[in-house]
Structure formats: C-alpha cells, structure tokens
Design a protein around this ligand. Sequence first.
Ligand code: NG1
Ligand code: ZN
Length: 546
Amino acid sequence: MAQFEEVSQKSKLHPKPEGLTLQYGTAGFRTHAKHLDHIMFRMGLLATLRSKKTKSTIGVMVTASHNPEEDNGVKLIDPMGEMVTAAWEGYATQLANAEQDSLLKELKDIIKKEDIDMSEPASVYVGKDTRPSSASLSQAVLDGVSSLGGKTHDYGLVTTPQLHYMVCCCNTHGCYGSPTVEGYYQKLSQAFLQLTQNALNRTDDQKRLLVDGANGIGALKMREMEPFLRSELQVVLSNDGSSGKLNHMCGADYVKVQQKAPQGMNMGVGERCCSFDGDADRIVYYYTDSKGCFHLLDGDKIATLISTYLKELLTQAGLNLQIAVVQTAYANGSSTRYLEDVMKVTVCCTKTGVKHLHHAAQEYDIGVYFEANGHGTVLFSKAAQKQIQELVKDPNANDERKRAVKLLESTINLINQTVGDAISDMLVIEAVLAIRGMSAQDWDAIYTDLPNRQLKVTVCADRRVIDTTDAERRAVSPEGLQDTIDTLVKKYKSARSFVRPSGTEDVVRVYAEADTQESADSLAHEVSLAVYRLAGGIGDEPKPLH
Ligand code: NG1
Ligand code: ZN
C-alpha cells in the first residue's frame, strides 16, 4: 500500500540506533535528546493510528518537563485531553523498540489488534517546549503523522497543559473553549477577573506575585498572558529564559526537592513566590519568614487550600456533592491527617504518576488531586457541573447561595480539568487567597508539615527488582527489605518511609518523614543503606547527610 511505502521511506530518515530500548515511563518517553529522533517519528505514526481509532484529534507534546535541558521526551494526549491509555502505552513501547526492518510489521500488528480502519482521516496537534532539541524532534513527529497521511496542526511553543486544552477544545467542538492560545488566555483570565471581583480592597502588595519560570515555556506564556489579567495579578517574573539554563538551579522540582528558593529570585520577607517546572504543568509556592526561614507550600498544601475553599462554597450553596482528595505515598503525613481528621474529606492514595491520580479523581463528584511535587488539578463530574449550572439559573436561590454557586462556576472555568496546569493552578490559588483574604503565612498555618527527605539510590540490576504494593507504600521484593524498613521506622517518632523504583530516572527513590529534620534525614539514610545492600546498590555506599 502506498501509505506504508511512505512510512518505509521516511522512517529511514529517522533510523533507530540498533539495540536501543526505551520504555514509555511515568510520563512518556524521556531520555537524552540524541536518542529520540526515531521515537518522535514513531510517536507521530502511533498518534495517527490513535486518531483514526478514536475518530478524534490526538496531541503529541515534545518535552522532558523538569529534566535537564539536554534531555527530551514525548507525551501522547488522548481525545479529552487525558493521558493515553495503558494499552496504547504498551503499543508505544512496542513501536519505539522495533528494529528498523520490523517497524512496518509492528505497525500492522497494532492496526490489526485494534481493528483500525485506515481509510479514516487523522488529525494530530503537536506542541513543544523551549529545549534546543525540541524543534527538530517535533519536526520528526510531524513527519511521522504526514507519512501516514494524517493532518497536523503545529502549535509550536506551548505549555503541556495548553496542548491538552487545545485537544479537549477540538474534540468537544468548542464546548471547553476555543482551541487557540488566545482562547486559553481569554477563558482563564475572564474566570480569574470574575473571581477576584469578590475580593474587595486588594492592595498592590496583595496582587503582587513572584514567579520563577524555570527558564522555560511557562515564562514565555506568562508574559503573553499578563495583559489579559489587567493588573489584577502583578507578576514579577524571574528565570524567564533570557539568560539562564532550563531547570538549572530553578523550577518547581529544584525547589521541592532541595527545599530552597531558586537562584535569581529576589524575595522580600513574607512575599508570595511560586515556581513552574520546565513544561509548566507543575507549581509550588513558598516564602521566607522574618527570620529568613524558607517555607514550602507544595502540592499537598495546594490540595488542602483548594479543597477547603470548595467545601466551604458547597456548604454555602447548599449543594450535596462529595469531595475527595487524591494523593500519593509522597503526600506529607500531616496533610493526610488534616484532610481526614479536621476537614473530614475522603482521602484516597494511588500510585505515583498523574494518570493514576486523574483516574481515581474521576470517581467523585469533585476530585481534587495533587502530587506533593505540585502536579495536579480538580475534576468536576458531569453531574456536579450540571447541578452547579442549574443552581446558577435558579431564580429562587437566596443571595448567599447565588454568590457561592457563581464562585463555583467561575472556579470551574478557571481550572484546566484536562491535566495539572501551573498557570491555571496559580490563578486558582491567587483567587482563593484573595477571596479569603489570606497571606502565604495564613495558608501555611493550616497545618504543619512533618520534616521529610527524599533520596536516590542507584542499583546495578534493573531497578524494578524493587516491587511494591499498597499504592507503593510497601515493598514486596527484594526479600527482607520491607521488614528492615519497618524496624528502622520504629526507631523514630511520627515516622514513615517507603521505597520505589522511579518511572522517569534510573534510580530507586527513598522517602522518609519523622518528627524532626534530623530524624527524617537519618531514617532516609538508613533506608537508603538497606536498599543499597539488599537491592544491589552501585558506587559508594550512601553517606549520612550530617
Ligand atoms: P518518578 O520518577 O516515577 O518518581 C516523577 C515524580 C512523579 C511524576 C513524574 C512525571 C516524584 C517523587 N516523582 O516520577 O510524581 O511527576 O516524575 O513527571 O516527584
Ligand atoms: Zn512537567
């Protein structure tokens, strides 16, 4: 067939290095950019098949998020802006690892398994981050799509959540918004301006926010969006990409893991600051107090702030909708305790990776999901949205209910329900703080985090020698590891620890929390040693942190 002839010809321009195998990991393929050209071409092919199969537009985002600038990666986006399903992740790995001469065979195998009608049209939206390698890699995606006769729309430089939004807008025929960057700015800014009208007498200081753009796409897009916000938010942008390197000593991941402010940010005492990651799908907040102490407001604090606000509005609106918060094992123990015991909301724990959290959040009327690292959003079920819209129109509702339900309606419009979105989350947080008249310190005081530490251990064999259960909170292999962790945890107060293989780096991650930073550090170190000894660690033995 002519269409396969073109694939065959074009694939030679994007050859696979023999023997190289890669996995579709926690968030797509991700590695050094020099290994990715063939992957991109093939993901163009796969997205075309997925589009034919679903009779919808599919998205392909070229980014390696918070990874170093030299890396790159690719994420596939399903019709409603969600992450691609597990079966298709499997196809992605199958296609990515096919040697050059068996590519067509694997492609036809997927077509057969999925019973794809190749005469269907295909449409693929493509976006990229600011990495130097992203331009040629996104061209490889476009080549893949066109070699199978698919239509492409190249959005160029966009944040990952913006591309998710475009895909959702397209497939809902405009119901979610208009599929342009301008449409995105308009939808979000209108909702933000409506919400902040409810916050009276805000001073310029309260409107001021310091934003670390991680030297990436988020900085560019924040600049573009600023005029739409009409000074209701006064952004002071640093790490805007004009000089520094992407994610280097800055960005949400750096701030969260190092538990310190990024370079290049001039923070006044108590000033609200936030950091995006390299593709602007994560955000964390922070401030320094009068003693110069750094305070992190991470994904758990964000989930608590937003769910408290939503719960209050539901009560005021007299709506009986169930609200749940979805977390992972990395959620700080204090946040879980606060949500369950004080706020009395349902808390559910899933495996790491937003696709798991997103899925779990869909089970509730309102599902607030955040990873501790700041990746998350809020999902409203169709039924919940309908109830809210009906109440907005109800002429018999009293003023208090009307006000609350209008706030809920604008909040829904401000939230990017397709995926975690740093810009959208930032505007939600800013609106909530403004409406409730809260400072960063007030927000931080909702509960006190347990001191914690994250470490990495490199092992010689496949890191998946570590197998886990119970939403990754317990290790079932190698033998003896969990018993050792249990014994170590008992030595410390309010302690918890777990280990799991990373899905994005070739390391085993260790997490520990306890009543003091010294204890958390010491427990994390002892557990790292146990991993090193029982799971075949390489290099020097982990050293104590102090
Ligand atoms: P891995 O490498 O599987 O731990 C990391 C993050 C995830 C998620 C993905 C994708 C931690 C501990 N893990 O996954 O939460 O965001 O990257 O970006 O932060
Ligand atoms: Zn990201």
